[in-house]
Design a binder for this molecule. Structure first.
Ligand SMILES: [Zn+2]
Ligand SMILES: [Zn+2]
Length: 53
């Protein structure tokens, strides 16, 4: 199993605690964001080129 890391900052992300994981709306690839990046409103980018707030 892959180690989930935040797509924005690369930090290891535990489940829960405000961290989120969701499939990319474009390609279904799992996107992981840590709560800090969510709070900061950092953009995320998927390998397929999709990016969002
Ligand atoms: Zn992050
Ligand atoms: Zn994607």
């Amino acid at each position: 199993m892959e180690v989930p890391t935040c797509v924005s900052c690369g930090v290891y992300v535990e489940a829960g605690g405000g961290n989120v994981r969701f499939p990319c709306p474009e390609c279904g690839e799992l996107i992981v964001r840590c709560r800090r990046c969510r709070k900061l409103g950092r953009r995320y980018a998927c390998e397929c080129g999709f990016s969002g707030p």
